[in-house]
Design a protein. Structure first.
Length: 169
């Protein structure tokens, strides 16, 4: 004879299988249900509405002008005042060639360094290197530099206002 336990398990199994069949027939829960249909419809309507704008073919002169502009943008304001090659390679891409935190009127990733005291810059550099200030880019750039290298960077950045003033005279 069947035990009560086996009867309960059988009824529950049949109930679960019945619910699964009903769910599958009612909207396909296993394929994302109603949400999948909405997203699919959204994608179809977007692809129908999207008009792909074909870029006009540029003549050689326009291409050259564009390349020159890109080079000028990349160079930034290099002629403003002289900075070391080390500063250019490690710092300028985020803080600007002159430490302004901008390049061609656009805000860069790093903050403005121009006008900061050399001692404060040095302290900040040491803190970034030690991980007391969190910035993975700075930590990665400073990881293999010595304390003397950090001092050289800080002193150079601290001299920026004087270099700019000397250029004006």
């Amino acid at each position: 004879m069947l035990s009560l336990k086996n009867i309960i398990v059988g009824v529950l199994t049949l109930g679960i299988v019945g619910l699964m069949v009903m769910t599958y027939m009612g909207g396909g829960a296993y394929q994302g249900g109603e949400h999948a249909k909405v997203i699919e419809d959204f994608g179809d309507s977007m692809s129908q509405k999207a008009v792909v704008a074909q870029p006009e073919e540029k003549d050689d002169r326009a291409k050259e002008q564009e390349q020159l502009k890109a080079l000028r943008d990349k160079a930034g304001n290099v002629g403003a005042f002289q900075v070391s090659q080390a500063y250019k390679t490690k710092c300028a891409s985020c803080h600007g060639v002159n430490g302004s935190g901008e390049q061609n009127g656009k805000k860069l990733m790093g903050p403005k360094l121009f006008g900061q005291d050399a001692e404060k810059v040095y302290t900040d550099l040491v803190d970034f290197k030690a991980g007391r200030k969190e910035n993975m880019i700075m930590k990665g750039l400073l990881m293999n530099l010595s304390e003397e290298d950090l001092r050289v960077f800080a002193d150079e950045i601290g001299e920026f206002p004087a270099r700019a003033k000397a250029l004006e005279e």
